[in-house]
Design a protein around this ligand. Structure first.
Ligand code: F6R
Length: 534
């Protein structure tokens, strides 16, 4: 099975439309097998456009639909007969006599099914079959069952399908309990098959389709025996259920992620003394979670550098520690490891404020300044580490010393720690200011929020500190923009709770309309979400 993973529903529909259009150009008298449901609507819209532009012609095309509810009147706006006319047939130059849909009005369903099989055969079989997939793995209405029917047949719909279909009907009683559907072998006899899947609610079944052996509980797995199947799905449908682990200096966070949503989360305190004990604890939690969720991959974000698989982090018991290898001793599944700031940037780029951009730099303001660089939607990696934006040198002479060994690093001026230090110095130099009073009242507890409280009082000293702090931030941000040319700089960290109050002056001083400056949407969840997506 060939798999094409698209960015979104639009791209999925576009890709499918290209393949169907090529089929009609190469063989104008093609027999198409068609599906209904919400998934192929975008494809049909594009086929209508291509037909209007004269790029494709339906005049010689014959179509066979996969299925129809039973019993149902053709005039019922929920019938597939009605759907196909609305969504495609009435809008292209197809001859209605060449469009076949099982008859939901028939009094003799078994004869109708046998006749439908004959008709398909008479037309030389289906050249290209379009399929959607049910959340329970059905194709057509071939529901999970120990015995799958091979030919077109009358079938009982499962509770799961009845519930999924109920969104289209006004009352529960109206939802049909049966359907006429092509069988598995009818579908497999098609020369080519395109299977479409879109949205996070399909990710479990897509994961099962790709990873499980052929089985009747996921009827779509039968497609694996066909030599020419293309699965075209969007990212949300493809990602599956993943586990992201965000290791931090104080706690380790676990998040079970499906299509950008966190289904489950847990956390425990970071073990500071023994790397081996720490790994055992992490593995135990991962394995516990795996018993509850069908996890496809595990991603780990860790502070520090990763050299040839060896992790070194100053605030953790990892000193040239083979983290991945040790975890593998306990967990038998793919594990990907990356730097935690890179993971946060990836999370933000996949599901947060960076979703609409391809190139972002995430700058996290906290004790230091962390960073992650995403170019073309991928983490930028150097030989060992990359994105240590806090350590770009912005003061060449008499720069402040940094624990990294350099002097003049950006984080010595632009971190929240630096902001507080700058405020304390200014307060002590201006003992008649509101900032000084607040400092006196709070002493070592002075934090970003309290400095903003002094600003609220209209304190000119606090204002000067803030303006200078923004200048330091802007110096680094401008350099990053010059080097990487990102679409957006996303700023994270507790201080961004100030929102536009912090970001607007940065934007104003960066003064570059090509680059968006935005606040992180995911904040503390970005790391685990990004780790899950590694
Ligand atoms: C429709 C059909 C079904 C749907 C499936 C997905 O003709 O045969 O198998 O393809 O139920 O439906 P949507 O696209 O609505 O999620």
């Amino acid at each position: 099975m060939r798999v094409i993973v698209c960015e979104n529903y639009e791209e999925m529909s576009e890709q499918a439309a290209k393949l169907v259009s090529s089929q009609l150009i190469l063989k104008p008298e093609s027999v198409l097998g068609l599906a209904t449901g919400s998934t192929p609507i975008g494809l049909y819209q594009r086929l209508i456009e291509n037909n209007k532009k004269g790029e494709i012609d339906f005049s010689q095309v014959t179509t066979f639909n996969l299925d129809e509810y039973y019993p149902i009147k053709r005039t019922n706006d929920q019938s597939y007969y009605y759907f196909m006319n609305e969504q495609l047939f009435s809008k292209v130059n197809i001859n209605p006599e060449n469009t076949y849909i099982p008859n939901g009005e028939t009094k003799t369903p078994n004869d109708e099914c046998a006749n439908y099989e004959k008709l398909i055969k008479m037309h030389g079989g289906v050249d290209l079959q379009i399929l959607g997939i049910g959340q329970n793995g059905h194709i057509g209405f071939n529901e999970p069952d120990a015995n799958l029917n091979s030919k077109t047949h009358l079938t009982n719909l499962t509770e799961n399908t009845i519930e999924a279909n109920s969104r289209f009907f006004t009352s529960d009683e109206e939802v049909p309990r049966q359907a006429l559907t092509m069988g598995i072998s009818t579908i497999l006899k098609s020369k080519k098959i395109i299977l479409l899947a879109s949205g996070a609610n399909k990710s479990r079944v897509v994961s099962a389709l790709l990873n499980d052996a052929i089985n009747t509980s996921v009827p779509a797995t039968m497609l694996k025996v066909h030599p020419d199947v293309v699965l075209i799905c969007d990212k949300d449908a493809y990602t599956g259920v993943r586990l992201g682990v965000d290791i931090g200096g104080t706690e380790v966070k676990f998040a079970v992620v499906e299509g950008g949503k966190i289904l489950y989360r847990s956390q425990f305190e970071t073990e500071k003394d023994s790397a081996d004990r720490f790994v055992e604890q992490i593995a135990e939690e991962c394995n516990k979670i795996r018993k509850e969720y069908p996890i496809k991959t595990i991603g780990i974000g860790t502070p520090g550098t990763i050299k040839n698989g060896l992790v070194s982090a100053s605030n953790l018991p990892f000193k040239s520690y083979p983290l991945g290898k040790r975890l593998k001793d306990y967990i038998d599944m793919p594990i990907n490891i990356d730097n935690d700031a890179n993971c946060a940037a990836l999370g933000e780029s996949e599901f947060g404020a960076g979703e609409k951009y391809e190139n972002i730099i995430m700058v996290t303001l906290g004790t230091g300044v962390g960073g992650g660089i995403i170019i073309d939607n991928k983490i930028c990696h150097g030989k060992y580490s990359m994105g240590e934006v806090g350590h770009i040198i912005i003061e060449a002479k008499n720069g402040l010393p940094c624990p990294c060994g350099q002097t003049g690093c950006w984080e010595q001026y632009a971190s929240v720690t630096a902001f507080i230090r700058q405020a304390k110095t200014a307060a002590l130099e201006n003992t008649d200011s509101a900032l000084y009073r607040i400092y006196k009242e709070n002493g070592e507890k002075l934090n970003g929020k309290l400095i903003f409280a002094a600003l609220d009082e209209g304190c000119p000293v606090a204002q000067k500190v803030f303006d200078e702090y923004i200048d330091w931030l802007v110096v680094g941000i401008k350099s990053l923009i010059n080097i990487f040319g990102p679409d957006a700089i996303i700023i994270a960290g507790g201080i961004t709770k100030q929102g536009e109050r912090l970001v607007a002056p940065i934007r104003e001083r960066v003064n570059n309309s090509d680059v968006a400056i935005e606040v992180s949407e995911l904040q503390n969840d970005a790391g685990a979400l990004g780790a899950a997506m590694l």
